[in-house]
Design a binder for this molecule. Structure first.
Ligand SMILES: [Zn+2]
Ligand SMILES: [Zn+2]
Length: 166
């Protein structure tokens, strides 16, 4: 039996065409900074979906191949592209197949203490199937922007914006 994950034994996830892979070096919960459904309008537009499930890891707990380019470099020649979607976050995508894999927190002049600073996130749909069960979402953020009520009765906490901000 073969699967995409087994053909890339060091990868814990990839884009659709597998030109971009990533490895989670330490799955300890302490390194997981973020594990939420997000209903923000940027996630909606970037993904094309009503909401996404993203999981953020602190520095060093996740590595990409090819490596993440410098935050300021949007014209890099790597197949891994990075695009600034806000002052807080850059999004990571595969230039070949178009998969949106996740994001990376940016230093922000407006919010240097942003909880996203130094956090690299991936969406659960690009995780290898065998590790998806380790990352059950903890709640919903930016819920006021929801375009579907499908999650209304899932029992998870819902935050209009981010936890502690409403
Ligand atoms: Zn790809
Ligand atoms: Zn979002």
């Amino acid at each position: 039996m073969s699967s995409p994950a087994r053909s890339h034994p060091l990868a814990h996830g990839s884009c659709f065409c597998k030109a971009v892979t990533f490895h989670i070096n330490d799955m300890d919960a302490a390194n997981c900074a973020w594990n939420m459904y997000c209903h923000c309008t940027i996630c909606q537009r970037i993904s094309g979906a009503p909401f996404v499930h993203s999981i953020g890891f602190r520095n060093g707990a996740i590595t990409f191949n090819p490596p993440l380019p410098e935050d300021s470099d949007e014209s890099n020649s790597s197949v891994l592209g990075i695009y600034h979607t806000s002052t807080f976050l850059s999004r990571i995508h595969c230039k070949r197949c178009g998969t949106n894999l996740g994001g990376r927190g940016r230093p922000s002049a407006n919010n240097p203490d942003s909880f996203l600073h130094g956090v690299v996130s991936v969406m659960s749909g690009v995780l290898a199937p065998e590790i998806r069960p380790k990352f059950q979402p903890q709640g919903h953020v930016m819920y006021k922007f929801r375009i579907t009520e499908s999650a209304a009765n899932d029992g998870l906490p819902k935050f209009d914006e981010f936890p502690g901000e409403n």
